[in-house]
Design a protein around this ligand. Structure first.
Ligand code: ARG
Length: 577
């Protein structure tokens, strides 16, 4: 354990036990960063209330009982009863060295590991894959990477919208324009146009409408030829999704596809079960669950409709079946739904209904990780200038082109420039999605995400490239930075202390499902490194060999933390920039 906050917490708890008896040793020591020391522990204030004693006296008793001379350089009671704690420089230095030698770089393992189902990306085959799906894809993939890095068993589920009554019409339209033509268009990402054309024909051509209707029944009836056409349609569409995933470096593969169609064979049973147990009741011909506490605008109980009055199943039916499957078959301990914030009510109701049914128990945590809407510069839903929705591959191409223009004057040969531009452009888009809290709306702004300053992808990538260049200039590899660390300058100490917090940040970010915490931490780390590098020469001639070795080790640890962090975010790291 190298994270100072955890070490501190443990030592303060020991002192609580010593001073006030074991029954108080479990209290949260309330460790916070401090303006006046490295940290402060605020537990004396709350404990004093319980013990009916003076807070400063309680704080002093904790200070006296602290057995931590190996870790603390000073402990002081201040203000109404805070304990200000300063760490020993040699302790910080030793922890930093140990972290650099640790193959896991100070990131622990979740014990026991959990089975975490992560439902993310989930574009719809009948509509365009839009910028909103980009965000759930990027945020979800980062959560998956973090959870896996912490040793959990992660099950990715791409809940594709690949089923529904529209498919009758889509298959008929595929036949109208010809298989080859249709598939080429779908593979190019023209799902939305395809859908709109099909819809127009459906609305204007009664004969086509009738054929589409019949096609829905043959599809649902499992007619082999209709299923073959459906597969063709889906395969071409998935090829487009996979193109977007490959460009973005997303870890989803065909193995993770668990689309709505997968649940078809379970829907009838799902409804029967809910009806038999009395959780679902017939209301106005439809089978509904009325989870307690949900009211409509008319103050009437709000139904979650799981079978329509015409016998058809819907989005909610599929999600109920998926919940049961994820708990029973996948044996999930935790299920994350990384989906747009506008579906909040749907998931609240599904979770409540699943609890009523006993499918979701207290041992399983179901969480809707709400994704805020992506806005255009006009503050409205993101669209192109002509009001069309934006095709994702075009959007990503533009990011790469802009990144290429931004590095035009750096004298790279064409291949190197193209490679760096790709890394920077894609990294910028991804980092922008991750660096703000996932539930806030935000404005898609190329200029801002591609800025080389501030909490941006390019800045973070540049910070790693700069450290690499220090090693290149010094003629050593980061792995050769094996010397002991000593901390003299304030900036060295600040950087080392900052680096020791990495493990906790990753753990907390995964627990809260908030990748932006990692971004904020990495940004602080890069800033601490900048100050260090301004104040503490590494390669200059007058730096003595021991100091040079120590500073190189700090550079190596910084590089390791930044790289690991960016990797967990899924942001690519260039060698040079
Ligand atoms: N396909 C849906 C959409 O684009 C998202 C599916 C999310 N997952 C789920 N289990 N409902 O809105």
């Amino acid at each position: 354990m190298t994270d100072p906050q955890l070490v501190l917490a443990e030592r303060v708890q020991q002192a609580l036990g010593t001073a006030f008896g074991q029954e108080h040793a479990g209290a949260d020591p309330l460790i916070r960063p401090s303006q006046f020391a490295d940290y402060q522990a605020n537990v004396a204030l709350s404990l004093a209330k319980r013990l009916r004693r003076a807070p400063r006296e309680v704080a002093q008793a904790i200070a006296d009982a602290l057995d931590a001379d190996d870790v603390f350089a000073g402990v002081e009671v201040s203000g109404p009863g805070f304990l200000n704690i300063t760490l020993r420089d040699d302790w910080i230095a030793a922890q930093a060295r140990q972290t650099l030698d640790d193959p896991r770089g100070g990131v622990g393992l979740t014990t026991p590991p959990q089975t975490v189902v992560v439902d993310y990306s989930a574009p719809n085959a009948a509509k365009e894959m839009h910028v909103g799906h980009l965000r759930t894809t990027i945020v979800g993939d980062s959560l998956v990477r973090m959870l896996e890095h912490l040793g959990n068993h992660v099950v990715r589920q791409n809940h594709l919208g690949d089923w529904g009554t529209q498919f009758g019409m889509l298959i008929e339209y595929l036949l109208v324009i010809g298989e080859a033509n249709a598939l080429a268009r779908l593979e190019a990402g023209e799902n939305n146009e395809f859908y709109q054309e099909a819809r127009a024909k459906f609305d204007s051509d009664p004969e086509f409408k009738e054929r589409s209707r019949r096609r829905v029944s043959t599809l649902q009836g499992g007619d082999p030829e209709t299923l073959r056409l459906w597969h063709l349609f889906m395969d071409a569409t998935i090829r487009y999704f996979n193109k977007v995933y490959a460009t973005l470096g997303i870890t989803l593969t065909d193995d993770h596809i668990a689309g709505e169609s997968m649940y078809n064979p379970m829907l009838a049973e799902t409804c029967d079960d809910l009806e038999a147990s009395g959780v679902a009741v017939i209301s106005e011909g439809a089978l509904c669950v009325f989870p307690p506490g949900f009211k409509g605008t008319d103050d009437k109980p709000l139904p979650l409709i799981i079978r329509k009055s015409d016998g058809g199943y819907g989005y909610a039916t599929t999600d109920m079946a998926a919940m049961r499957y994820r708990v029973r078959d996948l044996k999930a301990d935790r299920i994350l739904y990384v989906v747009g914030a506008d579906q909040a009510l749907h998931f609240q109701m599904v979770f409540a209904a699943a609890r009523q049914a006993g499918w979701l128990t207290d041992d399983v945590s179901a969480e809707h990780i709400q994704i805020g809407m992506m806005l255009g510069s006009d503050g409205r839903r993101f669209r192109t200038r002509s009001g069309q929705s934006v095709k994702l591959t075009d959007l990503l191409d533009e990011a790469v082109e802009r990144a290429s223009a931004a590095i035009a004057d750096r004298g790279y040969d064409e291949a190197t420039r193209a490679e760096i531009a790709r890394t920077v452009g894609i990294g910028a888009v991804k980092y922008a999605d991750l660096s703000v809290s996932h539930d806030s709306e935000y404005i898609f702004d190329f200029d801002r995400m591609l800025a080389f300053n501030g909490n941006t992808g390019p800045y973070m990538q540049y910070a790693t490239a700069r450290i690499r260049s220090i090693f290149r200039k010094g003629g050593v590899e980061p792995s050769e930075a094996t010397g002991p660390i000593t901390l003299g300058e304030r900036a060295e100490r600040d950087l080392a202390l900052q680096l020791l917090g990495f493990g906790s940040v990753v753990e907390n970010a995964a627990a809260a499902a908030e990748p932006h915490r990692v971004c904020a931490y990495l940004f602080e780390t890069a800033s601490a490194f900048t100050t260090f590098y301004e104040k503490c020469p590494v390669l200059k001639d007058d730096v003595d060999p021991a100091m040079r070795a120590s500073r190189l080790a700090l550079c190596a640890l910084t590089l390791r933390v930044l790289q690991t962090g960016l990797n967990l975010l899924g942001v690519p790291v260039p060698d040079r920039m």
